[in-house]
Design a protein around this ligand. Structure first.
Ligand SMILES: [Zn+2]
Length: 178
């Protein structure tokens, strides 16, 4: 086990900001082993007023009573996007925020972590989550509903062809589910 001091020391990984599904994201050009400390999420301390208003997109609680604003030059960790099934996670140590590899990360992968619920509800849910697992879910749902609609049309066409006149939904239900 590494000592606590070493645990919270970011490794020497080659990270880069590049275009992503949601604008910009942070990518790694080197493979990162599971559990590695990747980068510190730096920021400037927020004033009480800023904490109370809790408005910025890059705000982060560092304790029950302290908050930082990560929207400063040099904090490339602010480009890390949200994902519902992320490859990174955060850990707070002495009121400083660090990003860790939740699993082994391949070179070329975009880094992401699960933003807290408060942030998700405020900034992501209103526009819809664009993380890989949500996009996939949405796609699967679209394909499934398109297939269902097609089957319904097919059933109706067959019934018409056979000159069946369903008096109600009962006949249609039988055709769909049998
Ligand atoms: Zn998502």
């Amino acid at each position: 086990m590494p000592s606590v001091r070493n645990k919270f020391r970011p490794g020497d990984f080659s990270l880069r900001v590049a275009k992503s599904a949601t604008g910009r994201g942070l990518y790694t050009d080197t493979a990162i082993p599971k559990g590695a400390c990747i980068i510190e999420y730096k920021g400037r301390p927020c004033t009480e007023k800023e904490q109370y208003e809790n408005k910025g997109k890059y705000l982060f609680w560092t304790s029950d009573t302290t908050m930082i604003d990560g929207n400063i030059p040099g904090n490339i960790a602010k480009f890390i996007n949200h994902a519902c099934k992320p490859n990174c996670e955060i850990d707070i140590h002495k009121r400083r925020i660090y990003i860790f590899a939740k699993r082994a990360i391949r070179a070329g992968e975009e880094l992401n972590f699960d933003y807290d619920t408060e942030y998700f509800e405020m900034h992501i849910r209103p526009i819809g989550c664009k993380c890989a697992s949500c996009v996939k879910k949405k796609y699967t749902y679209t394909v499934a509903s398109t297939a269902t609609a097609f089957l319904l049309r097919l059933c109706k066409a067959i019934m018409k062809r056979l000159s069946l006149h369903p008096s109600g939904s009962f006949a249609l239900d039988l055709l769909v589910f049998e």
